[in-house]
Ligand binder design. Structure first.
Ligand code: KG4
Ligand code: ZN
Length: 341
């Protein structure tokens, strides 16, 4: 089975070919970072227009790299949401049109399901059931993954998503968009958790999280340092590091609590913030001390990409999910609404 995957939910145009026998045959990514950088964040209308410009050439390149033509495919999968509605519509419309032309089904894919299944593309995939920590620019979710398609959200951020907190805090520190990787890089120049920012909701029972207060704490500290004329390079690195320590410690503690609560022994981490080195190291270290294991996609499959969409579409297709009638596009779409596979 050969499935083309198309991802356009935000600012990355991703295309891939998944082969059920061989794995990912080809994948291409075009990032719109340079386009949005001057605005300090993603401008939805510009994102939609750029997906229109880049998507078809990227499909052609990917098929060529895989050594196939459209006629060889068994399905075209696309991210149908959640995401920026205009951007999602571009991917959905192109995917549905191509599927019609090639006489194959178009499979709508839930973006977060694609993220949480991405570690299955690696050599040592997790076994069900597991807890998934999904941390991206738009979501921070702890999910009880009982079986493929059987998802229960057991914890989430009540305000900013973890990636959003990284991006907003990076902006406060004068770092370029997208802030997450830039802030993580700046934090590497500091060795101390100098400011000991609050670990939001850590002392409260339960699995929900909150990150907006943390961003405010950084803002107040920035102002204080500025007023004292002490906001130098080393202080900025310390601020970045202390912020990262607070977020990572919170995510690690809540993930451990989710494992305790479910009794599962496997944790899957996916989504853009899953590329964060400190989060990966800390989870690896803490879980290896117990009989538990953490699974990640490779960093390029953590952030948005076509490979995870092709793979999730192939699983949905193999489970007998009927093809979509018309284009499916949803700005909001709860993970718990999905049907079991
Ligand atoms: O999953 P993703 O590519 O797109 C969404 O679906 O949102 O996640 C993007 C988010 C951004 O907020 C970005 O700043 C963050 O992931 N991110 C990181 C790192 N790489 C990406 N945050 C912290 N450390 C990183 N290394
Ligand atoms: Zn994403």
């Amino acid at each position: 089975m050969l499935v083309l995957g198309i991802e356009t939910s935000c600012d990355e145009t991703g295309v891939a070919v998944y082969d059920a026998a061989q794995g990912i045959r080809a994948h291409r990514l075009y990032s719109q970072i340079a386009l949005h950088a001057q605005y300090g964040g993603v401008v939805p209308e510009l994102a939609s227009r750029d997906h229109i410009r880049k998507l078809l050439p990227l499909v052609e390149e990917t098929l060529r790299e895989a050594g196939i033509t459209g006629g060889d495919l068994d399905a075209v999968a696309y991210t149908a949401g959640p995401g920026l509605i205009g951007a999602v519509l571009v991917g959905g419309t192109v995917a549905t049109g191509l599927a019609m032309a090639w006489g194959v089904p178009a499979i709508p894919v839930h973006h977060m399901e694609a993220h949480l299944l991405a570690p299955m593309l690696e050599e040592n995939p997790p076994e069900f059931p597991f807890v998934a920590l999904l941390v991206s620019g738009g979501h921070t979710l702890l999910v009880d993954v009982a079986a493929p398609g059987n998802y229960t959200v057991i914890g989430e951020s009540l305000d900013d998503a973890a990636g959003e907190a990284f991006d907003k805090t990076a902006k406060l520190l004068g770092l370029p968009y997208p802030g997450g990787p830039a802030l993580a890089a700046l934090a590497e120049h500091s060795k101390v958790d100098r400011f000991d920012f609050p670990r939001p909701m850590l002392k409260k029972p339960g699995l929900d999280m909150s990150f907006s207060g943390l961003k405010t704490a950084v803002m107040l500290k920035v102002r204080e340092l500025e007023a004292a004329d002490e906001l130098n390079e080393s202080a900025r690195a310390d601020l970045a590091n202390s912020f990262q320590c607070a977020v990572v410690e919170t995510l690690v503690a809540k993930s451990l609590r989710a494992l305790d609560q479910t009794g599962y022994v496997s944790l899957v981490v996916a989504g853009g913030v899953g590329a964060n080195k400190k989060l990966r190291q800390d989870l690896q270290q803490i879980l290896s001390q117990t009989q538990r294991q953490v699974f990640y996609p490779r960093p390029e499959y953590c952030t948005d990409n076509g490979a995870m969409v092709a793979f999730a579409g192939a699983q949905r297709m193999a489970s007998g999910q009927p093809a979509a009638q018309g284009v499916v596009a949803k700005a909001r779409w709860a993970l718990d609404e999905l049907s079991a596979m």
